[in-house]
Design a protein around this ligand. Structure first.
Ligand code: AP5
Length: 180
């Protein structure tokens, strides 16, 4: 089994699908958004800065996020990872290359329309799911994360997946590719 990266705009279902994959195939689900939200609970100076950034829909610095990945890789040495929300910048993708060979990774890009994303996230109501924030996150995603897809374009394991339809339907599409 290869490590997996799930790309997709906010609300594409990265977290939902990564969790299902981790349960079905015993992967370590690594969501940088989740780790950052946990770090916020510490209520120290760094967490105040992180809250501010996340509430604006901007990206937390590469240094902080790469440090999270480094620590998780160290703590889960023999695990296969399903990355959700990482890498999000070219710098992060290059950093990941220092930890895992690209040949050992399959990449899935979940395609979901902006209208569907807004519909899903308006129903969820997480702290950063306010409409203007969602729009900002979408913009940040396309500016920073779209270029990464070109970075991986040589990979013969970069797949576009239709992320619309119900959760089980999308999972079935992913499962077919993971097991083949
Ligand atoms: P993060 O937590 O990664 O949020 P996000 O990318 O905005 O993604 P979401 O969690 O909103 O969506 P998702 O695609 O995971 O969908 P989900 O499964 O949850 O990041 C938050 C913030 O942290 C960033 O803005 C940034 O500030 C910071 N950050 C994180 N990683 C970073 C990094 N690497 N570098 C720098 N900063 C970073 O589903 C969404 C909703 O839709 C749920 O309610 C779900 O039930 C529903 N749903 C899912 N699938 C379906 C379906 N098929 N049909 C109907 N509903 C569905």
């Amino acid at each position: 089994m290869k490590h997996l990266i799930i790309f997709g705009p906010p609300g594409a279902g990265k977290g939902t699908q990564a969790e299902k994959i981790s349960q079905e195939f015993n992967y370590k689900h690594l969501s940088t958004g989740h780790v950052l939200r946990e770090a916020i609970n510490k209520k120290d100076d760094l967490s105040k800065k992180i809250i501010e950034i996340m509430n604006k829909g901007s990206l937390v610095s590469d240094d902080i996020v790469n440090e999270i990945i480094k620590q998780q890789a160290k703590d889960n040495k023999n695990k296969k990872f399903v990355f959700d929300g990482y890498p999000r910048t070219l710098e992060q993708a290059k950093y990941l290359d220092t930890l895992i060979n690209q040949k050992d990774i399959s990449l899935f890009n979940l395609i979901v329309s902006p209208e569907e994303v807004i519909k899903r996230l308006s129903l969820r109501k997480r702290d950063d799911d306010e409409e203007s924030n969602i729009k900002r996150r979408l913009e940040v995603y396309h500016n920073n994360t779209d270029p990464i897809l070109s970075y991986y374009k040589e990979s013969d394991r970069l797949y576009k997946i239709n992320g619309e339809g119900d959760i089980e339907e999308v999972f079935k599409r992913l499962k077919n590719l993971i097991t083949n």
